[in-house]
Design a protein around this ligand. Structure first.
Ligand SMILES: N[C@@H](CCC(=O)N[C@@H](CS)C(=O)NCC(=O)O)C(=O)O
Length: 202
């Protein structure tokens, strides 16, 4: 029985992170995914989440949770705790910081995507785009030198995998050539994650 509604879209990397976390927590069967259009002012998403952002989670009693980090905390709690967010302090803050890096890469990549798709030709700023690209590049370089774990599945590895797969999806995997070890990590670890195939954007 589904008692949770996730507003998301297939292309959203933050939505995918939450779906992968839900799968790792064994909660996929409780979640009904209802597609949201963040560009549509009439979409009920904007009444559920004033920020109009996905992912947004609505529980059976109408409680609304956002953003993705809060939703992941909630799912981990529903699953009994310590499933994708470790409880031991050192591991916990490592996982949360790695998640923040994955999220930051997604944020910057999404801003680049919006710059290219939502702004008209004359409105685009190469300087702003380069500023965001720098965050992605430095994040990738850091991860290439500090590969995430291969045998552990925390929200850190999930967020990084979702971020890299988004770069594959929207930026034709151009990051791979300069980051061969990270690319190999994604290709090995990603498909092993519960829910990976089902959440791959087409
Ligand atoms: N910090 C947010 C970021 C979510 C986010 O940026 N979502 C994008 C889609 S992946 C979005 O809703 N964009 C529409 C908008 O910003 O208006 C989270 O972790 O959930």
């Amino acid at each position: 029985m589904t008692d949770l509604t996730l507003r998301s879209s297939p292309a959203s990397p933050f939505g995918r992170k939450v779906k992968l976390a839900a799968a790792a927590c064994g909660l996929t069967g409780r979640i009904d995914i209802v597609r949201a259009d963040t560009n549509d002012p009439a979409d009920s998403l904007r009444t559920q989440n004033p920020l109009g952002k996905i992912p947004t989670l609505v529980t059976a009693d109408g409680t609304v949770l956002y953003d993705s980090r809060v939703i992941v905390e909630y799912l981990d709690h529903l699953a009994g705790g310590g499933k994708v967010i470790p409880t031991e302090p050192k591991a916990r803050f490592e996982a949360l910081t790695l998640q923040a890096l994955g999220d930051g890469i997604m944020d910057a990549a999404i801003l680049r995507r919006y710059e290219a798709t939502l702004r008209g030709e004359g409105e685009r700023s190469a300087r702003w785009d380069g500023h965001q690209q720098g965050k992605v590049d430095r994040g990738l370089d850091h991860l290439e030198a500090n590969l995430p774990a291969a045998e552990r599945l925390t929200i850190g590895e999930i967020a990084v995998a979702a971020a890299l797969a988004y770069l594959d999806f929207r930026f034709e995997g151009s990051w791979r050539a300069g980051h061969p070890n990270l690319a190999a990590w994604l290709d090995t670890v990603g498909p092993r994650m519960p829910g990976w195939a089902e959440t791959t954007p087409a």
